[in-house]
Design a protein around this ligand. Structure first.
Ligand code: SF4
Length: 234
């Protein structure tokens, strides 16, 4: 049983800790009941590298909506080969074609919240069941909703502990780590895609635009729901 008060103490103690040390702490604390949800973004690649450098046997999964960019699928293969790991592809109950039959074609255009629920949230809930803690690569400066994310805290929406080792880092910190450690990352990041999700809901971001403005462009939606409830751009 997790002591929620202890989590606040851990969060305070780890607030200024090096992210690699936070990753190590998470494994020491939760062992095989810890899992890392990688969205294969550049921050996720950094955490993957930190796990691999410490030879930590942490399980990896990614939410495969079957609508990801070819570059994202190719990166998954590259990462698995480079680090000798296996990233479980967690898929929705229905294929895109089946979803079109049940919900109509291109649900993401008409009701992206429901589409994210079917293709991300439901599979995530099922995947996290049975784990005591999950680790993600969110940063506080990505969205207003993430501004107060703790290093470690209780995730009441999914009923387990959530660890965010990179919350204090900036995009420049991430870039510096990637450069210094030669971490593989999605080439789309160098083609005006700072944030990469599903193909239908991701567009290029031009200089001067908010880095997340390419997600669900033209709508109020700002998060897919994995990290925060409904503020309408993950
Ligand atoms: Fe559907 Fe778009 Fe959400 Fe992907 S990001 S699950 S395509 S609404």
């Amino acid at each position: 049983m997790i002591d929620r008060d202890a989590l606040k103490t851990y969060a305070a103690e780890l607030e200024s800790a090096d992210p690699a040390r936070i990753v190590r702490w998470a494994f020491d604390e939760f062992g095989s009941t810890l899992t890392f949800a990688t969205s294969l973004g550049i921050e996720d690649c950094v955490i993957t590298d930190m796990i691999a450098r410490q030879s930590l046997p942490i399980s990896f999964f990614t939410l495969d909506t079957e609508l990801l960019f070819p570059e994202t699928y190719a990166l998954k293969d590259v990462i698995e080969k480079k680090y000798g790991i296996s990233i479980k592809a967690v898929k929705p109950q229905h294929t895109v074609a089946q979803q079109a039959v049940h919900e109509g074609a291109e649900l993401w255009l008409r009701n992206p919240d429901h589409c994210c629920e079917l293709r991300k949230m439901q599979p995530l809930r099922e995947q996290l069941a049975g784990y005591s803690a999950w680790m993600t690569a969110i940063r506080r400066d990505q969205t207003p909703e993430r501004a107060n994310a703790p290093v470690v805290g209780w995730d009441g929406r999914f009923g387990l502990v959530k660890i965010n080792p990179l919350v204090r880092w900036t995009a420049a910190d991430v870039q510096a780590y990637v450069h210094e450690h030669q971490v593989p990352y999605n080439p789309l990041h160098d083609q005006h895609y700072p944030s990469i999700g599903c193909v239908p809901c991701t567009s290029q971001v031009m200089p001067g635009e908010d880095p997340r403005s390419g997600r669900w462009r033209g709508s109020e939606k700002t998060e897919c729901g994995l990290h925060f409830v409904k503020p309408t751009k993950r």
